[in-house]
Design a binder for this molecule. Structure first.
Ligand SMILES: Nc1nc2c(ncn2[C@@H]2O[C@H](COP(=O)(O)OP(=O)(O)OP(=O)(O)O)[C@@H](O)[C@H]2O)c(=O)[nH]1
Ligand SMILES: C[S@@+](CC[C@H](N)C(=O)[O-])C[C@H]1O[C@@H](n2cnc3c(N)ncnc32)[C@H](O)[C@@H]1O
Ligand code: SF4
Ligand code: SF4
Length: 348
């Protein structure tokens, strides 16, 4: 049963009885994204360099520690948790954490979900459903296996398709995420849209953000979504709709397919004024904004004592530092990212 009772600004609704955390700009923080590992079995060109150095295992929080941190956030009014990464499903024993968090659905937690590249979905889909996961986001930038290999460097297209099939068969709803890339998948977007909607999936398209030291110049690939939208409007009728997931996408209905299409526009039309989220990494670092470097170390508070009071105080202090927004710009004169941290550290 949904225990939500109200909203603050445009942020997501609140749990009855829980005191939501409110940041200095009056935004309630109700959504936690947890990067459970920085590792991944793909090397998407816009996300990682081919030769990545990952954290040593000893630096990772245990799954029990991640669960304790998540519980602290739920106690502080977070109702939606998304597991991400790196690739969340490559973390060893990840289903232990999924199960433990799934047990909290209905007792403070409204939604447990994940964002995945889909490569490991076929073997986990049924268990995810069994743990209470009803909706996931799968990243898929192209339907062409050769282009898929090019953009992910290491990915196997057929395995992702098997994963999507398995998740749908298990009863899990899927939203596809596609990063919009000029001269790569822009011309393919109508086909991706028809594929998604033909399979009953929402599609969101995302503007590429300048993050991470990456061994390719991506500035030429950047595509403002206003341009993609104008291209799509030559073929489709897009109608504004009032549909919200608590995430940053602004949705339209595509009349010809009956499906939903979302635009995530951090660069051209940022959505920071309705931001409701913070990001926890697998080392216990809390980033208050995807596009800023300030962070709080929750690991120290977590490990100092079994009493959660210190942890709650550390979370409260971090929220007082949540910034108004990001400072991303696409600088065509420099191949230099605005934020040197890779997207995989915070999980998008
Ligand atoms: N700048 C910025 N980009 C974000 C933020 N949240 C998500 N994104 C971008 O949107 C992409 C898709 O996010 P998802 O992992 O699908 O999560 P979501 O959009 O919150 O998902 P829903 O719950 O389905 O709405 C991310 O990979 C980021 O590229 C945010 O707070 N700030
Ligand atoms: C970092 S991945 C982590 C989860 C999982 N490995 C996946 O790919 O879905 C989360 C999301 O971030 C997006 N992403 C990665 N780098 C990005 C960038 N530079 N700009 C915009 N989105 C990016 C990916 O497309 C993906 O949808
Ligand atoms: S976007 Fe996801 S799948 Fe691609 S390299 Fe980054 S973490 Fe891995
Ligand atoms: S860029 Fe920062 S403030 Fe803006 S929506 Fe993302 S996390 Fe929130």
């Amino acid at each position: 049963m949904n225990s939500r009772v109200g909203t603050i600004g445009n942020a997501s609704p609140l749990v009855a009885g829980a005191h939501p955390m409110v940041d200095p700009f009056g935004r309630a923080v109700t959504y936690l994204r947890v990067s459970v590992t920085d590792r991944c079995d793909f090397r998407c060109t816009y996300c990682m360099a081919e030769n990545m150095t990952f954290l040593p295992k000893k630096d990772l929080l245990t799954l029990e520690e991640l669960e304790r941190l998540c519980s602290a956030f739920i106690a502080k009014g977070v109702g939606k948790i998304r597991l991400t990464g790196g690739e969340p499903l490559v973390r060893k024993n990840i289903m232990y954490l999924v199960r433990r968090l799934g047990e909290k659905i209905g007792s403070g937690l409204d939604e447990l979900t994940l964002t995945t590249n889909g490569s490991q979905l076929s073997r986990h889909a049924e268990e995810l459903y069994d743990c209470g996961v009803r909706r996931i986001n799968v990243s898929l930038d192209t339907l062409d296996p050769d282009k898929f290999r090019k953009i992910t460097r290491w990915g196997d297209f057929d395995k992702v398709m098997e994963g999507i099939d398995a998740a749908q068969k298990a009863g899990i709803k899927i939203k596809l995420n596609a990063v919009a890339l000029r001269d790569f998948n822009d011309v393919e977007m109508p086909e991706i849209l028809r594929f998604a909607h033909g399979r009953g999936m929402d599609l969101t398209v995302i503007e590429t953000m300048p993050m991470g030291e990456i061994d390719e110049d991506r500035t030429d690939q950047y595509l403002p979504l206003s341009q993609l939208r104008a291209d799509l409007e030559r073929q489709f009728t897009l109608t504004e709709i009032d549909y919200h997931t608590g995430g940053p996408a602004r949705y339209v209905k595509v009349e010809e397919t009956g499906g939903r299409l979302g635009f995530i526009t951090p660069m051209t039309h940022n959505f920071c004024e309705s931001c409701n989220r913070v990001r926890l990494t697998c080392t216990g670092t809390l980033y208050m904004c995807l596009g800023q470097n300030d962070a709080a170390d929750l690991r120290a508070a977590l490990r100092a004592t079994v009493d959660d009071a210190l942890l709650h105080a550390a979370i409260d202090e971090a929220i007082t530092r949540k910034p108004k927004g990001h400072d991303f710009i696409i600088d065509r004169t420099h191949n230099r990212p605005a934020v040197a941290r890779h997207m995989s550290v915070t999980g998008g």
